[in-house]
Each structure stands twice: as C-alpha cells, then as structure tokens.
Write a protein that binds this ligand. Sequence first.
Ligand code: SF4
Ligand code: SF4
Length: 182
Amino acid sequence: MSEFLGPLAGFGVTFSTMFKKSNTEFYPEEKAPTAPRYHGRHQLNRYPDGLEKCIGCELCAWACPADAIYVEGADNTDTDRYSPGERYGRVYQINYLRCIGCGLCIEACPTRALTMTNDYEMVADNRTDLIYDKDRLLAPLQPGMQPPPHPMVPGATDDDYYRGTVPPIEGNHSGPAEEKPS
Ligand code: SF4
Ligand code: SF4
C-alpha cells in the first residue's frame, strides 16, 4: 500500500503548488530593496576634506578568511598626501570572485575606512573585471571635498581626523562622507 501512496504524496506537493499565486520577480527592471544591513560592495571612505581614511595597514586583508583583499601601503609626504598621518593605501583591491560577504574585514578596520554598501550588482563577463581597485571602491567626492593629494586642514593633526575633531573647513557644509550601515 505504501508503495502506491508514495508517488501520490510526492505529487501532492506539485498539485498544491499549482494553485498558489506565482511570485515572479522582474529583476533587473524592478529592483527589490535589500535589507538595510545587507553586505554588498565595499566602500573606502573619506574624511570631510576628501582625504582617504585608509592607512594601508592591511588588517582587513589579514582578517579576510577568503584571501580576497590585497593592500599595498605607502608613505605620505608633505607634498603628496592622500590620508592624514604617515601611511595610505596606495594599492587596494578586493577580489569579488573570492569574497563571501562575511564582513570580517570591516570589523578589523581601525579607522572605519572600510564599510559595505547595499550594492549587489557586481557582474562581469571575465574574471579580471571582478577584481575591484580603488577607482571603484573609493567613496565619491561630496560637495566641498578636494581630491587627494592635498595637505591636511591647517592646524589639524592626524589624531584630530581620527577623533573627528577637525576644525570646520571654510565653505564646506557637507559634513563627513556618508557611511552605509555595515
Ligand atoms: S567580506 Fe569577508 S570575504 Fe569579503 S573581503 Fe571582507 S573579510 Fe573577505
Ligand atoms: S581598509 Fe582599514 S584595515 Fe584595510 S588597509 Fe585600510 S585602514 Fe587598514
């Protein structure tokens, strides 16, 4: 008897599904919003004057369980400054063929340089284009920001930048670069 009922039970799932309302998603024409804290593409953040928060310390790369991050730090100079303090991330790459979106890298970052956005549209028809460089990871310049290299705000130290106590920049009312929740 059970041999006879077994296939019927299997078809029961099919029959019950046939009468349910279909749930069709019209992506990419209609994009469903992600959860607010969705782990999407990373972003390298900036200070309110445009200097980069990344100091090239590589802690994110060491924290990554998938070995997806490659960082090369370099020294800032008074005439060639990309971030407050001594070092900046000269080369910064994330390999999205490897990344599993775990977020351990952003937990490891000491300056909140690295956060994650809700952008999930990372596609390419070749492997090379899924290795994102700084040009695709750096936060866009907001009004009032200057693209590095440029000096720190006069009178401010790298500690002031780190603590968020940099004196206001004349003519810049935009505040710090917006960080997405992570
Ligand atoms: S989200 Fe996880 S896997 Fe992706 S780069 Fe960061 S640490 Fe590596
Ligand atoms: S993103 Fe953060 S952890 Fe990674 S190298 Fe830059 S400062 Fe260091």
